[in-house]
Design a binder for this molecule. Structure first.
Ligand code: GDP
Length: 314
């Protein structure tokens, strides 16, 4: 087992993103003080030589790979080229440079969209690569599958403690509230909030409202990440989900309630639904001792507070 200690030098790739910043908060709260990071202006992770140079100079011992080009269903489905290329480059460069620089442990973060569109539910780890992917996030999923396989191969072939976690749909502080490019929770928080302020009679929710999704508050994922860094070295990846599912229709009502929007909710069928259902079986990580702590209701309230704190600058 690769042991972390409070002085371990930990590089968080993507420390300004929702996941990376939550992992940094959790590591600091747990007494890890030697965290290193670079902004994308300082270090372009799609450039192999820059990444190699960074690892050779900085020599981190532990790596959390949370850097990625991310987006909601529209951003993903309209930019397949960039979602595949940038994510693949970031992953290949960071994982390889980490191995070459002698990094002791690496945690790679993926997504539940790696699973086949029509796999049995709840999704077990072994359903990976048993069928065709959901087309709206195919490019992102292919990049994530390549990343998790590279960590697995390094682990199996070279005995390195390179591991991966696949979280379900995430939300929380540090989310992207862009009206079109964001995921459903931040997108709807913004739309309901603006409708409330503008006294609008209705809010349009994308798609049919029938898809089911599993949401995890990002601090719960961060606790899982630190837990895995401290206690798990096995090859292969682990699902990290809340276990709860909700339809987009019910989610929209809950967000309207959280925000205080009392008008009508309608559905825009010109927008895609994406995969019909995406709930993971997280029994493996639960059996190891992790469990989520934040309910969807409580998490939505915290997310809305985060949005309000930033809404002036959005
Ligand atoms: P996905 O899990 O990759 O599909 O992630 P998203 O968070 O982008 O979308 C989840 C579901 O919410 C899809 O069925 C969307 O059509 C639906 N949805 C409803 N309204 C919105 C919205 O305003 N933004 C986004 N991104 N999705 C929405």
């Amino acid at each position: 087992m690769e042991k972390l200690n409070p002085r371990s030098k930990i590089y968080i790739a993507g420390h300004r993103g929702m996941v990376g910043s939550a992992v940094a908060r959790e590591l600091k709260a747990r007494g890890y003080q030697n965290l290193v990071s670079r902004t994308s202006q300082e270090l372009d992770l799609t450039r192999q030589e820059s990444v190699q140079e960074f690892f050779a100079n900085e020599k981190p011992q532990i790596v959390v790979l949370a850097a990625a080009k991310v987006g909601g269903i529209l951003a993903n489905s309209q930019n397949l080229t960039e979602f595949l290329y940038q994510n693949l480059m970031i992953e290949m460069n960071v994982i390889r440079a980490a191995a070459e620089a002698g990094v002791k442990k690496l945690l790679f973060l993926g997504s539940s969209c790696i699973y086949p569109k029509l796999a049995p539910q709840p999704l077990k780890e072994e359903y990976l690569l048993t069928g065709a992917l959901e087309p709206t996030n195919e490019a992102y999923a292919i990049a994530k599958i390549a990343g998790l396989k590279l960590t697995e191969y390094y682990n199996r072939e070279q005995g390195r403690a390179f591991i991966s976690a696949m979280p379900s749909n995430l939300y929380g502080p540090g989310d992207n509230y862009h009206p079109d490019h964001s995921h459903v929770i931040p997108g709807l928080i913004r739309r309901f909030h603006e409708a409330k302020l503008g006294d609008l009679p209705e809010v349009k929710v994308w798609g049919s409202g029938t898809p089911l999704r599993e949401f995890l508050y990002v601090d719960d994922l961060a606790r899982a990440c630190v837990f895995l860094l401290e206690s798990y070295d096995e090859p292969g990846f682990l699902n990290v989900g809340s276990g709860g599912e909700i339809t987009i229709r019910d989610l929209a009502s809950l967000i309207a309630k959280t925000v205080g929007f009392t008008g009508q909710i309608t559905f825009d069928s010109t927008k895609p639904d994406g995969t019909p259902r995406k709930v993971m079986d997280s029994s493996k990580i639960r059996a190891l001792g992790w469990k989520p702590q934040v309910s969807l209701e409580a998490g939505l309230s915290l997310a809305y507070q985060d949005f309000l704190g930033k809404s002036a600058s959005i």
